[in-house]
Ligand binder design. Sequence first.
Ligand SMILES: [Fe+2]
Ligand SMILES: [Fe+2]
Length: 159
Amino acid sequence: MQKNPIDTTQYSNRIQALGEPLFKTAIFEKGRLQKHHQATVVSHTMRVTRRAEIIAEFLKRHNINVNVDDVVIAALCHDIGIIGRKKKYKNNLECCKRHSSDSVIEARKIYGNLSAVAEEAILYHMWPLSVSYPKSTEGWVVLAADKLSSIKGVFTKQA
Ligand SMILES: [Fe+2]
Ligand SMILES: [Fe+2]
């Protein structure tokens, strides 16, 4: 598979600043090559992050309390645990169940202590395929952006 050419400097200042520790990692580079939702992990991640930031800023403008930084960090990290899936998981079901908690583990390695809100948003982004659902606005924003991107990927091949 050809290396995904996603240019992270094309994103908002906030995404570039918060994403800087992630963008330098070997795991992120690996994610440019791994297919995911009709795209690659990296292209899907960046689309989800851009959508999540737009939704969060929209809510903020309408006086809904949401931490946009937490949304962006959670969106950037939500699928990082899925990178290397063929070696990590026996099958798609195990991948589906475990990659969100593995994403939290990988995100902690990169960002150190994440906020509880960001961790929870990563952990429950797979709902309703997970038992638990997000308890925060930030979690629902990431979940919505991820689902929108996944659905769009089915029709446009760009998730
Ligand atoms: Fe996921
Ligand atoms: Fe995702």
